[in-house]
Design a binder for this molecule. Structure first.
Ligand SMILES: Nc1ncnc2c1ncn2[C@@H]1O[C@H](COP(=O)(O)OP(=O)(O)OP(=O)(O)O)[C@@H](O)[C@H]1O
Ligand SMILES: O=P(O)(O)OC[C@@]1(O)O[C@H](CO)[C@@H](O)[C@@H]1O
Length: 310
């Protein structure tokens, strides 16, 4: 079983326009809503792939009827520590003409110390029955900066820890030696405090993190430039695939889900796992929101994915 942990869930409101002009009146072509937050997105894709997955985390009570409806659409097994507040709404502005997505993310509800303690207990409980625990995304106001460090420390006693976070959350979480981390190229640059102009520099940066923190795999997503997987004994690159880009929201989450799926189903065959990750990430950018993927389209996309050894 895989458990994903979303501490800062969101209703993703995607507004699609042909063009978007800052400072002007813009007319929206269509709107859609998906239940989001990074861990929930990861769970949705794992679910499409037929995995036994649970999505846990915090959730607001004040708009829970709406949230429940969106979650029902995703057909996920969930359990949440509820907070007496609204779950945030994150607005995604998609310019169809240019294929550009702009995220306007709210901070999210504030959580108290007793809610943090409750999520800690829930994570400990789920970790006992999970092969993988996936921690993704920002954390709400009130949650301590070392929350991923604390939760990963608990989870790693019984399962493999995956961490997709940025800034201080990532740097502190690294201290618990996650099994897999999935920074995008910008998050990696921020973590290392330097620019990484080419694959060589990216690989060097990943090695630095692996050696310092005892991370086993670093999966770096690089948007339209594909992705890199750095392991102790090899470096693999998934070459980018040219596709029509609708919304890039959740591309990284889909990639992570595909990768974890491949790791589990193909006994850590890294080529296979990276190919599944790249296939799911590539498919995600062709969707308007964070929709689920069908097995059929994933298998078809796999045929277009080229993995090379660097
Ligand atoms: N423009 C694009 N064209 C083709 N594939 C893309 C494009 N953007 C993203 N992808 C695919 O999705 C993967 C993940 O994308 P990206 O690096 O943008 O993730 P991310 O920044 O973590 O995303 P998010 O945080 O929005 O989930 C890429 O490695 C690639 O396989
Ligand atoms: O504000 P965070 O937690 O960093 O990111 C939240 C978010 O942008 O991430 C997902 C896409 O990866 C969306 O579903 C969601 O709105």
């Amino acid at each position: 079983m895989i458990t994903t942990v979303t501490l800062n869930p969101a209703i993703d409101k995607t507004v699609l326009l042909d063009t978007f002009e800052v400072g002007s009146v813009n007319r929206v072509k269509s709107v859609r809503e998906d239940m989001g937050g990074k861990g929930i997105n990861v769970a949705k894709i794992l679910q499409s792939l037929g995995e036994d997955v649970a999505a846990i985390g915090f959730m607001g009570e004040k708009n829970d009827t709406h949230v429940k409806k969106l979650l029902e659409l995703a057909r996920l097994d969930t359990e949440f520590v509820t907070v007496d507040a609204l779950t945030r709404t994150n607005t995604k502005i998609v310019e169809l003409g240019k294929g550009i997505t702009t995220d306007v993310n709210e901070a999210g509800f504030a959580v108290s110390a007793d809610k943090v303690a409750a999520i800690q207990a829930m994570v400990a409980d789920y970790a006992k029955k999970s092969d993988y625990m996936v921690f993704s995304g920002s954390v709400p106001p009130g949650a301590p900066k070392d929350i991923y460090k604390v939760l990963a420390g608990e989870a790693r006693k019984t399962s493999k820890v995956v961490l997709d976070a940025e800034g201080e959350l990532l740097l502190l979480g690294l201290q618990e030696s996650p099994y897999i981390i999935k920074p995008n190229i910008h998050e990696l640059e921020t973590a290392l405090g330097k620019e990484l102009p080419g694959d060589k520099e990216v690989v060097q940066a990943c090695r630095e993190l692996m050696e310092t923190y005892g991370v086993t795999y670093v999966l770096v997503s690089m948007g339209g430039d594909g992705s890199l997987l750095v392991a102790r004994d090899r470096v693999l690159k998934a070459m980018p695939v040219k596709v029509e880009v609708k919304s890039t929201v959740g591309a990284g989450d889909s990639m992570l889900a595909g990768f974890v799926y491949g790791m589990i189903r193909y006994d850590e065959d890294l080529e296979k796992a990276l190919a599944y990750g790249a296939a799911c990430g590539t498919l995600a950018v062709g969707k308007e929101g964070t929709e689920t993927l069908s097995r059929e389209e994933i298998e078809k996309m796999l045929e277009r994915i080229a993995i090379v050894r660097l």
